[in-house]
Design a protein around this ligand. Structure first.
Ligand code: HEC
Ligand code: HEC
Length: 387
């Protein structure tokens, strides 16, 4: 997918919400985001050739495809004919369809319908799962114990570990960033900074406004990449292409990023919250707090043991086939208008990562509504998929 994009910066911008540019796979049929908001349509009603994923909401189809691509470590073209996603010409697409059915059957027959086995369980980033154990490639260091990648499973168990109660940690965080009263006074924020993607830096401007509106402009050499959320729906723009809407799972993340009062809202987001012990996050010793949310994926919050500040947040985008993680590390907390905010954060996903360093913050300055509005499609983008 990356090769298709005009520049690495475009990828950086799209990564903000984990999107990929689908080159006209569906953008033409849904020019207005309102038309398919809230996933009312089924996948088979919006797409032409859905068999294995019948019944899923239409706006979960692309996230499911992203999950497949990540799990196998391949691009869309591994399975799809460019510009004709409905065609079954490629063998891997046909295999993938039987694999989807197999995965559903494994979970139904062996795990009481819980989604324990996903494409990633076997594939681990490769189209060819390894069946034979690997020989030791190099002398092992230390205990020789491989670090297990983060699991999302145990958090459902909800068992309380040692340490202060979760509510106390959430409250300490709220106090550490200035307290509820100071946070409520913030109604808008304008930030200037730099986004680093690989070895390249470009300027970025971020505007936030109550309630839950946020837009960022990444100034690439080819033009601006835009990620915008207006409190209900969002869109992404890269130079020379029609803007595309954000999909279901990305909207959840975008609304969190847009919330200027996140620290004050945390407790009410959770139906259940518990401490799951301590972990190292960079140089920080941190408490890991798991927050369960009704009808949504859980959040993992890492609070510095001493300062109480949030140093890492992990959230998951739900797809019908499995969850896609997004990890954000917050650093360089500084005072800005009576509250403490991170001046640097690194967002990482399976497909890549970037860091934003803020150099200038203005609180409570007017931000025009027009900033969040979706621009009309440029003429060349309406013709069809980019080649
Ligand atoms: C490993 C194979 C595989 C990969 C990789 C893959 N897909 Fe798919 N895709 C499928 C299968 C299988 C279906 C049909 C699902 C069904 O029958 O319910 C499908 C269906 C689709 C459809 C619906 C087409 C229609 O009109 O019926 C779209 C759109 C789509 N994929 C987009 C993508 C995009 C975008 C990517 C890259 C992010 C991608 N796919 C990656 C296997 C794949
Ligand atoms: C239980 C383990 C398992 C799960 C779960 C699984 N696969 Fe596979 N998959 C395999 C194995 C093993 C092969 C290789 C078969 C072979 O070599 O003939 C394979 C092959 C494939 C291929 C063909 C690759 C190629 O090189 O042509 C595709 C495509 C594929 N899987 C997609 C998926 C998708 C999509 C999912 C999730 C919906 C999935 N698989 C889940 C075990 C699994």
């Amino acid at each position: 997918m990356k090769k298709q994009l005009a520049s690495a910066f475009a990828v950086a911008a799209l990564l903000v919400v984990g999107g990929v540019a689908i080159g006209g796979a569906k953008t033409q049929s849904s020019a207005t985001p309102a038309a398919n908001a809230a996933g009312t349509k089924k996948a088979e009603e919006q797409f032409k050739n859905i068999q294995a994923l019948k019944g899923i909401p239409a706006d979960q189809l692309i996230p499911a495809m992203q999950f497949i691509s990540t799990s196998l470590g391949v691009e869309c073209q591994f399975c799809h004919v460019e510009g004709a996603f409905e065609k079954d010409d490629k063998k891997p697409k046909q295999t993938a369809r039987t694999m989807i059915e197999m995965m559903f059957a494994i979970n139904k027959d062996n795990f009481e319908g819980h989604r324990e086995v996903t494409c990633y369980s076997c594939h681990r980033g490769s189209p060819d799962p390894i069946a034979i154990p690997l020989v030791m490639a190099a002398e092992m260091k230390g205990t020789g114990e491989a670090k297990k990648p983060e699991e999302t499973k145990n958090e459902e168990a909800g068992k309380e570990a040692s340490g202060p109660p979760a509510d106390q940690l959430l409250d300490k965080y709220l106090q550490a960033v200035g307290g509820a009263a100071a946070i409520e006074k913030i109604t808008s924020r304008v930030m200037k900074g730099t986004i680093t993607f690989g070895d390249r830096n470009v300027p970025i401007d971020i505007f936030s406004r109550d309630p839950d509106k946020r837009v960022s402009f990444t100034h690439t050499p080819d033009g601006d990449s835009v990620t915008a959320f207006d409190g209900h729906e969002g869109w992404l723009g890269v130079p020379g292409r029609a803007a595309r809407e954000m999909h279901g799972p990305d909207i959840d993340g975008a609304s969190m990023d847009a919330d200027l009062h996140f620290a004050a809202h945390l407790r009410e987001m959770f139906s259940e919250v518990h401490v799951q012990g301590t972990e190292k996050v960079g140089d920080h010793d941190a408490y890991l707090v798991i927050g369960q949310r009704d009808g949504k994926t859980p959040l993992r919050l890492y609070f510095d043991e001493r300062s109480g500040l949030l140093v890492r947040l992990v959230r998951y985008g739900e797809t019908p086939l499995g969850r896609m993680p997004t990890q954000i590390d917050y650093e360089d907390y500084r005072d800005a208008g009576g509250v403490k905010i991170p001046f640097r954060w690194t967002l990482a996903r399976p497909g890549g990562r970037f860091t934003i360093q803020v150099s200038e913050v203005k609180e409570n300055v007017p931000v025009d509504d027009a900033k969040f509005a979706r621009p009309p499609a440029p003429p060349e983008a309406q013709k069809g998929p980019a080649k």
